[in-house]
Each structure stands twice: as structure tokens, then as C-alpha cells.
Design a protein around this ligand. Structure first.
Ligand code: UD1
Length: 379
């Protein structure tokens, strides 16, 4: 097929967890004869450690479009992405748009695409925490309600969509694409040497990552969390991998020096994907509020304590190694884990490193069939 006859598909990525999800899909689509994928970086994450380092690790080229949106309030971020992305789509309309995850850019680009009648696919569709206080839940609901094709990671996501009245013909269960990223880079992850350079060869350690507004935006809550982490260091060394939001708030609430002085906690800047996963694979446990880490630890069989009241990834609790906890419950749970009293869990179906291949087949089938994305009125 001539280059100009290939289908142009935009892969929209905005923030760190999105880069991991588009990478396997970008590589799989590039390998086909029919598709020319284009990366659209909205610029929601822009620090080298939050963005470029991930592109490099994941073997992604520079983005084809960078909207350069940066930080801002929810309305500013969402609105600015919509204005900038609409211009891109009007100048060079793609044949399809893939949006991923649940960040503000996901919902923004889905709205732009659907209003221009460009087929929109949501990768990681159907996840629900049931908690509409979280901006991510609003982004998931909006995106799933308007997207033309919904790629789900697990059967519980299909059930959520069907319960909301989504036509089953719009849903394709493709599995968990984060696992594709891990498997794609497994040998580099295993040989990265990050553990050794932190002196983590023999000693047991836990990883901490926290960035949700509910944990880090309130001074009293963040102070209590720091107190709880300090208690845990009596039992295990902690590697606290920070996020810009968390660092800024630690500083703002005068907790940064206190945290740095705790013996047994190493506070690190954000770490690129390969080195980070090298440290994760050697950890005895993780304490987190991240979505991705809940899934990665279930896949790797590593105990995970998630500091949230709910999760949009319940399969990691029912089938995997994850437990939802408050910071008061951290210490007893850590002790249980260290005593070997934690479920080893099992890996959910289709978390097998082949999700991108299934996504490519699903997209090809629809883009090659006239009317597959038709927007005729229902009924
Ligand atoms: C966003 C997503 C969240 C996702 C997370 C992953 C939304 C609503 N939230 O949260 O779902 O789990 O990304 O990391 O889309 N900042 C920097 N450098 C950067 C990026 C951010 O310094 O490269 C700082 C800025 O001060 C910014 C703050 O971090 O205001 C928060 O960034 P933002 O993109 O608003 O949300 P996240 O907390 O990263």
C-alpha cells in the first residue's frame, strides 16, 4: 500500500501513564501495511522525567503534534486541549483517534473527535471507581459515553459498560496493554542496574508513590501519611518515588525537610520507566495511589497497599495482590506482608502482553468496513 493510502490514526497521549499505554500500540500499528499512526502529545506532562524520558525508554519517536498545553485548572487544561486539538483535526483530519486512560486530555480529545465525526476509540474503557469526586471518574464517564469503540482491559469493565446501556457491538475486550509495555521491555528492565545503583541488592524494601489530590493536597492528611511512613521504617526501608504535585505540596506544607531527614526513607525524583520497573520487580511491597501500579503489582505477584477509598481496578483486589487501605492500616498490613501472610493472587485473563495485537485487529476490522462507525440515530 502506498504511504498516502494508509489510514492515519492519532494516538493521543498527555501524561506519564498514557505514554506506557500508547507505546505497544504505536509499534504494532507501525508494523502493519495499512496504518500510519501519529502521536499527539497534549503536553499535560512536560518535565523531562515525566515525558521525554518515557518516550526514550519506550522507543517512541518525537510526537508528531505537541499541543504544549501544560498545567492549569481542570477547565483550563480541558478547554485548552480542545481548542488546540480541534485545529489539528480541522487542518489534517485523521481516519481515527485513539484516546487512552482517564486524564483531562482523554475526555477533551474524545469530545473534539466525536463532534467532528471522526471515529474515536477509548483504550482502557469501562473502568469505574463509582466515585464522582475524582476528576478521572468524570473523564471516564464522558469518554465512554461518546466514543465509537471501547477497548476494555478486563471483563468487569465490559460489565460496567453494558450496565450503563452501551451497545455490546461497540465493546472489544483486548486485555491490559500495560502488560505489553512491561513484556516489550522485560530484558531491559531486568538488566537496568537501577536497584544496584541505589544499594538495593540484598535488603528488603518497599516502594511508595503518591500523587492523588485526596492524599497530597491537604496539609493534615499529608502530614499524617508522612508520620505513618516513618513508623513503617522500623520494619522496612522505603523508596519514595515522588511526583511533581507531591513534591510541590511537601514543600508548601513544610514537610519536605522532615521527610528527607527520616532514616530509612529515600526520597527520589520521578524515575524513567525501565529503571522504575527494575526497582518495582525487586520490591517486597508497594504503597501507592497510582492506577498503573495496582495492575503491575498484580501481574508481578507483589503485595500492593493502595491508599484510596475505592479503585476503578477492583480485579486487582478480588484476584490480585492489592488491598485498599487508610494510612492507619499501613503498619499492620506491612507486618502481615513481611510475615508472608499475603495472598499471592493470580493474573487476570488477557493480561498477557498481546493486547496491542488484539487492538490492531479490532481497529482494522472496523476501519476497513464501510459504515462500521456510522452515527445513525438510535432506533
Ligand atoms: C494527572 C492525571 C492523573 C494521573 C496523573 C499521572 C488528570 C485530572 N489527572 O495528574 O489522573 O494519574 O496525571 O501522573 O488528568 N507538574 C510538573 N511537571 C509535569 C507535570 C505536572 O511540575 O510534567 C506539576 C504541576 O505543578 C501541575 C501538577 O504537577 O500543576 C499536577 O499535574 P496535572 O497534570 O495537573 O495532574 P497530575 O497530578 O499529574
Amino acid at each position: 500500500m502506498k504511504a498516502q493510502d494508509k489510514k492515519i490514526v492519532h494516538l493521543v497521549a498527555a501524561a506519564r501513564p498514557n505514554f506506557m499505554k500508547i507505546a505497544p500500540l504505536y509499534h504494532a500499528l507501525s508494523a502493519t501495511a495499512w496504518c500510519a499512526p501519529r502521536i499527539v502529545h497534549t503536553g499535560q506532562h512536560y518535565d523531562f522525567n515525566m515525558s521525554d524520558a518515557f518516550f526514550r525508554d519506550l522507543g517512541l519517536p518525537d510526537s508528531h503534534y505537541n499541543l504544549g498545553i501544560g498545567s492549569g485548572s481542570h477547565a483550563e487544561q480541558t478547554g485548552n486541549v480542545m481548542i488546540a486539538y480541534e485545529k489539528v483535526c480541522l487542518e489534517n483530519p485523521p481516519d481515527g483517534i485513539v484516546v487512552v486512560g482517564d486524564v483531562n486530555s482523554t475526555a477533551a480529545c474524545a469530545m473534539v473527535g466525536t463532534k467532528l465525526w471522526i471515529p474515536v476509540v477509548h483504550l482502557e474503557a469501562g473502568l469505574r471507581s463509582g466515585d464522582r469526586r475524582m476528576p478521572e471518574e468524570i473523564n471516564r464517564l464522558v469518554t465512554d459515553a461518546i466514543a465509537d469503540l471501547l477497548w476494555t482491559p478486563s471483563a468487569d469493565a465490559d460489565a460496567n459498560l453494558l450496565r450503563e446501556g452501551v451497545d455490546k457491538n461497540k465493546i472489544d475486550l483486548i486485555g491490559n496493554i500495560m502488560i505489553d509495555s512491561f513484556e516489550m521491555l522485560r530484558s531491559k528492565i531486568e538488566s537496568s542496574g537501577a536497584r544496584e545503583s541505589l544499594g538495593l541488592k540484598s535488603e528488603k524494601y518497599g516502594i511508595v508513590t503518591l500523587h492523588r489530590p485526596s492524599n497530597v493536597d491537604d496539609a493534615d492528611t499529608l502530614r499524617s501519611i508522612v508520620d505513618s511512613l516513618e513508623e513503617i521504617t522500623a520494619d522496612i526501608r522505603l523508596i519514595f518515588v515522588s511526583h511533581p504535585r507531591t513534591m510541590k505540596n511537601l514543600q508548601r506544607f513544610a514537610l519536605l525537610d522532615r521527610l528527607r531527614e527520616i532514616n530509612g526513607i529515600d526520597l527520589l525524583d520521578p524515575i524513567p520507566y525501565i529503571d522504575f520497573m527494575n526497582i518495582v520487580t525487586g520490591a517486597a511491597l508497594t504503597i501507592t495511589d497510582s492506577g498503573g501500579l495496582q495492575e503491575e503489582t498484580t501481574y508481578l505477584g507483589i503485595p500492593c497497599l493502595t491508599m484510596r477509598e475505592n479503585t476503578e481496578r477492583p480485579i486487582t483486589v478480588t484476584q490480585g495482590t492489592n488491598k485498599l487501605v487508610s494510612h492507619h492500616e499501613l503498619l499492620p498490613c506491612v507486618r502481615k506482608i513481611l510475615a508472608g501472610e499475603w495472598s499471592k493472587g493470580s493474573c487476570p485473563p488477557l493480561w498477557d502482553g498481546q493486547a496491542a495485537g488484539r487492538a490492531v485487529l479490532s481497529l482494522e476490522k472496523r476501519l476497513s468496513r464501510p459504515g462500521a462507525f456510522s452515527r445513525a440515530p438510535a432506533g
